[in-house]
Write a protein that binds this ligand. Structure first.
Ligand code: MG
Length: 215
């Protein structure tokens, strides 16, 4: 098997793991906040609302603590998609550079990435600032990945080795399509028509994805 791409960029939430991290944190605040968060996330990922319109709203309602962000890292690991770890290992053995590109929260994503064998300098996610009360309800300055165009901007800035494939489930991943060689919609966790419509192909699981990434 030979790799078709020199770089493969993965989304995290609902792609490498079967959870939306921010919605998982919201469940710690009870059913009402959990439902509000889930609705906002679903509308943003379906392309009905720009992600920046919902990002800080969700954070300010949840106000995660440092301890809860560590628990989120565990939740990602427990929800890892079947075959994800193996495919990432296989890609890296074939000298394909694997990057994680996420609108999720960096403290939760870094331990998960390390467990998947992806080095920290290839993990791109949203950093938070800690408030005086110890909670994290604000972005740490300018965080492009908390915006709708953040993923294409980050991919361009990274000057990745081409050809590049992007794999993800959401509208923010589909936005990368114009700046990579192939965009694949990952649909086992969440299948969104608008995302599938612009994808070069759809992968219903990691076995199907493997067939798209190797020849
Ligand atoms: Mg996603």
């Amino acid at each position: 098997m030979l790799p078709r791409f020199k770089t493969v960029v993965f989304d995290v939430d609902s792609t490498l793991a079967a959870i939306e991290g921010i919605d998982w944190l919201a469940t710690l605040r009870g059913p009402e906040i959990a439902q509000q968060s889930e609705e906002l996330t679903a509308r943003a990922m379906a392309g009905e609302l720009p992600i920046e319109a919902v990002y800080t709203t969700r954070l300010e309602r949840i106000r995660p603590t440092a301890q809860e962000l560590l628990l989120l890292a565990d939740a990602y690991q427990e929800a890892v998609e079947p075959g994800a770890r193996e495919l990432i290992a296989e890609l890296q053995q074939a000298h394909v550079q694997v990057h994680l590109l996420s609108g999720g929260l960096r403290p939760g994503i870094i331990p998960f990435a390390l467990q998947l064998g992806v080095p920290v300098d290839r993990v791109h996610a949203v950093s938070l600032a800690q408030d005086e009360d110890g909670t994290f309800s604000r972005l740490d300055g300018d965080q492009p990945l908390a915006t709708q165009q953040g993923k294409p901007l980050t991919v361009q800035r990274l000057q990745l080795r081409r050809p590049v494939a992007m794999v993800g489930d959401g509208s923010t991943d589909a936005a990368v399509r114009g700046v990579v060689d192939n965009f694949y919609a990952y649909t086992r966790v969440a299948r969104r028509e608008k995302v599938v419509a612009v994808a070069d192909a759809e992968a219903a699981d990691f076995e199907a994805l493997r067939a798209l990434l190797f020849v």
